[in-house]
Design a protein around this ligand. Structure first.
Ligand code: TXA
Ligand code: MG
Length: 308
């Protein structure tokens, strides 16, 4: 990315503006987390309920100590998975300079160091923690390309920084470390097995989407404008079939070779491409296996299938 774009992004952020930034998971709608008014603009632009807290993005592991209390589990996991798609929910420090709006009044804070080089450059230039939810209208399909951001938020953003297609394609794993047992609040590409290998037993709230522990895991989320149906071997009526592996009749295929990482990277862009009420009355999605990152894919599909 050219140096002037990075400098401009940092300048806008420090002045309290909104910048859409690329990350390896999805595009984020970023604001300086220490400025309450800037953070309020995020909620306003997205139409996001203010009880749903935001993730704070940091430029290094050493930034965390100013904001939250860490423990050995954090040290070991961050050493392996940062920078990357793992968000930690940690107890907020009393002197934490991050706006109360970011954590929606909770005594905890969600923190992540993104792996995308442009996100890192912007954090380094701004030298501020950045609150950044996905850069889309609340409840709709998350953006994995700069064009998705422009289509969804348009002139509500001061700058959209184009960093190409998001490599991972679904949002970070959210891991709650505020209690004695680590809990996955939102499944992502860093899986339960990945985490258990490092710190032992981890519980998961994701197995029961009806009982969300993370305020952001609202039932209606990721929803296209046409109905979406999961575990569909074939299309019915004027549905578009979204395949996985060998799927005869598929209009698009998440991964013809059955690769779950490729499927995650394609998920949101393909749902967007098939969300075309003039051509299709719905989207039927072929079964995606419930293993590894397939859990996160099915989690997003379940929410999308519940509609708006
Ligand atoms: O990959 C990602 O995480 C992307 C990119 C831009 O980094 N960001 C993202 O942010 O997905 P958002 O705001 O769409 O999702 C944040 C999630 C929500 O489910 C929210 O409820 C949860 O994290 N969260 C944030 N702070 C929390 C807290 N203190 N306690 C529990 N959950 C929290
Ligand atoms: Mg989101």
């Amino acid at each position: 990315m050219s140096a002037p774009v990075i400098a401009r992004a940092a300048e806008i952020l420090r002045a309290g503006g909104l910048v859409a930034i690329p990350t390896e998971t999805v595009y984020g709608l970023a604001a300086d987390a220490t400025q309450g008014r800037a953070v309020a603009r995020i909620f306003e632009a997205k139409g996001r309920p203010s009880f749903n807290p935001l993730i704070v993005h940091v430029g290094g592991r050493d930034w965390v100590a100013d904001f939250a209390r860490t423990d050995e589990r954090f040290d070991r996991l961050a050493h392996i998975f940062w920078p990357g798609p793992l968000t930690f929910v940690l107890p907020r420090r009393a002197a934490c300079p991050v706006s109360e709006l970011v954590s929606a009044g909770l005594p905890s804070l969600a923190l992540r160091m993104p792996a995308h080089p442009i996100a890192q450059e912007i954090l380094a230039a701004a030298q501020r923690p950045l609150a950044a939810p996905s850069a889309n209208i609340s409840g709709t399909v998350s953006p994995t390309e700069a064009a998705h951001v422009t289509a969804s938020l348009g002139d509500k953003v001061d700058l959209v920084v184009d960093g190409g297609r998001a490599r991972v394609g679904i949002e970070s794993t959210v891991l709650d470390l505020t209690g004695p047992v680590a809990a996955i609040l939102r499944p992502g590409s860093v899986t339960q097995e990945d985490i258990e290998r490092v710190i032992g037993d981890v519980t998961t709230a994701a197995a029961d989407p009806a009982a969300p522990k993370s305020p952001g895991q609202l039932a209606s989320h990721y929803a296209p404008s046409v109905p979406l149906r999961m575990n569909a071997p074939h299309a019915e009526g004027r549905e578009a079939l979204l395949g996985f592996g060998k799927t005869p009749g598929a209009i698009l295929n998440l991964s013809p070779g059955g690769d779950l990482k490729e499927a995650a990277a394609n998920l949101f862009a393909m749902i967007r491409a098939l969300d075309d009420p003039a051509r299709y009355q719905g989207i039927a999605v072929a079964p995606v296996p419930l293993v590894g990152i397939g859990l996160a894919i099915n989690d997003r599909l379940e929410r999308a299938a519940r509609g708006r």
